[in-house]
Design a protein around this ligand. Structure first.
Ligand SMILES: C[S@@+](CC[C@H](N)C(=O)[O-])C[C@H]1O[C@@H](n2cnc3c(N)ncnc32)[C@H](O)[C@@H]1O
Length: 344
């Protein structure tokens, strides 16, 4: 593949702002063709969308829950001359979004999970422990913020969120320190929370910032990122054509486990069992294209440290009808946001 032929270098609407992590393998597995319809379910700064539009005479439905990303994409919509439809919504609704845009089936769905640099680098969005700003973290700008959770949740719920979603082993100490600090004054800024965490989690030179895991857990919880991911996978199963491709790039083990478990289950024949004889044999809805996850090579990691934890999995949709099973067993057991906000 040469730099120009894969769509990342010379594309509709000018050059790509940045090449997304694992962008080239993602485009390869998406199998972009003339006349195809693709959902870029995490539009962000539009890196994948530009590449898809640049690679073939295809159409893209771009989705992002962040109104800033949608506003930022307006220029690209213009440049794409009718080939790009951009919609502000959650990707768990991606099948409904596509149908409402007039497409009953699509050739590919790509998910590039997590936060964008546009979100992370803006202090006022409150995602970063490196920049002081309001403790917000809402991708959509709506609903309860990280500050609402931090100031209302019971100590046990806080510890569970930080342990399960942040994978922080000092979660109990962090939760205790948060509860003690907020008894003096509400915790309203990223710098304040980062200081509280750093008073409990020690780090050596060269380690990640001590607040990394706590911020990750809180962000995932506030945005229900894992519930959204499980919803997106089943929505993709419903809207992909036979032969259509699903490509997911994840950045931590909780996300990757959900993608891996979902695809493993959907690529097997599900038989009824002695305990549940009413279950019919269900044909696989996907064929795995990646037995092991694709990871970034040393060059990409050197250029972009975020690539170190990235894992790409891809699968091809079969002709079998979508399964209607509940996928909540893919998710960690945590109380709902509304219950956590009832508090202490
Ligand atoms: C890593 S960025 C994507 C970057 C993009 N591939 C690019 O090339 O610029 C992830 C994006 O997904 C969006 N996002 C995350 N969760 C979402 C959800 N549940 N529904 C819709 N968009 C979501 C975020 O707002 C963010 O803009």
């Amino acid at each position: 593949m040469t730099a120009g032929s894969d769509g990342f270098a010379a594309v509709a609407g000018g050059p790509a702002l940045h090449i997304p992590v694992l962008g080239r393998p993602a485009l390869h597995f998406l199998n972009v063709n003339d006349g195809g319809i693709y959902i870029d379910a995490t539009f962000g700064a539009g890196g994948y969308t530009r590449a898809i539009l640049g690679q073939a005479n295809a159409r893209v439905i771009g989705i992002d829950r962040d109104p800033n990303a949608i506003a930022f994409g307006a220029e690209l919509v213009q440049a794409a001359q009718g080939r790009l439809t951009l919609i502000e919504d959650r990707f768990s609704n991606l099948d409904t979004v596509a149908r409402e845009a007039g497409f009953d089936a699509v050739d590919g769905v790509v998910l590039d999970l997590g936060v964008s640099s546009m979100q992370l680098d803006r202090a006022e969005r409150g995602f970063s422990f490196r920049l002081d700003g309001p403790l917000d973290m809402r991708m959509s700008g709506e609903g309860p913020s990280a500050a609402d959770v931090i100031n209302a949740a019971g100590e046990r719920d806080l510890a569970n969120i930080i342990f399960i979603l942040g994978e922080e082993r000092h979660s109990r100490g962090v939760a205790r320190a948060i509860v003690k600090a907020r008894a003096q004054a509400p915790i309203r800024t990223t710098a304040k929370l980062a200081d509280i965490v750093a008073s409990v989690v020690r780090s050596r030179p060269g380690d990640i910032h001590p607040a990394t895991r706590t911020f990750q857990g809180l962000r995932i919880f506030v945005n229900d990122e894992l519930g959204e991911l499980a919803g997106a996978l089943t929505a993709a199963e419903r809207i992909l054509k036979s032969g259509g491709r699903l490509v997911a790039v994840s950045f931590h083990s909780l996300e990757d486990r959900i993608v891996k478990t979902f695809l493993a289950g959907r690529s097997e024949t599900r038989a009824g069992s002695r305990h549940a004889p009413e279950l019919k044999r269900l044909a696989p809805t996907f064929r795995l294209l990646t037995k092991r996850p694709v990871v970034a090579d040393a060059d990409e990691v050197a250029r972009n440290p975020r690539a170190r934890s990235a894992k790409l999995r891809a699968a091809e949709r079969s002709a079998a009808p979508a399964r209607m099973e509940d996928v909540s067993d893919l998710l960690p057991r945590l109380p709902a946001l509304a219950d956590v906000l009832k508090g202490h």
